[in-house]
Design a protein. Sequence first.
Length: 93
Amino acid sequence: MADKWASVELTYATAKRQVLLELTVAAGQTVGQVIEESGIYVEFPNQELETADVGVWGRSVERSRAVRDGDRIEIYRPLQMDPRDARRSRAKV
């Protein structure tokens, strides 16, 4: 018999604060459903999280992907600067 529950983590960080939530969710829920039901939108109301890219363990995924037990769901902030440009800028100093 398949498990009815999955233990997952949800993480999001701003420049000043990071949050890591440990959640138990119904098996078969999608990444998008877990994010929405987590309350993270209330915690960070002005961060445009509804349209942010998401991933599981560092790999980009669609919000429609079903979660699995042990997943770490990550909500990504948009980059302020391309990392290669940032390195070049620091190297010039």
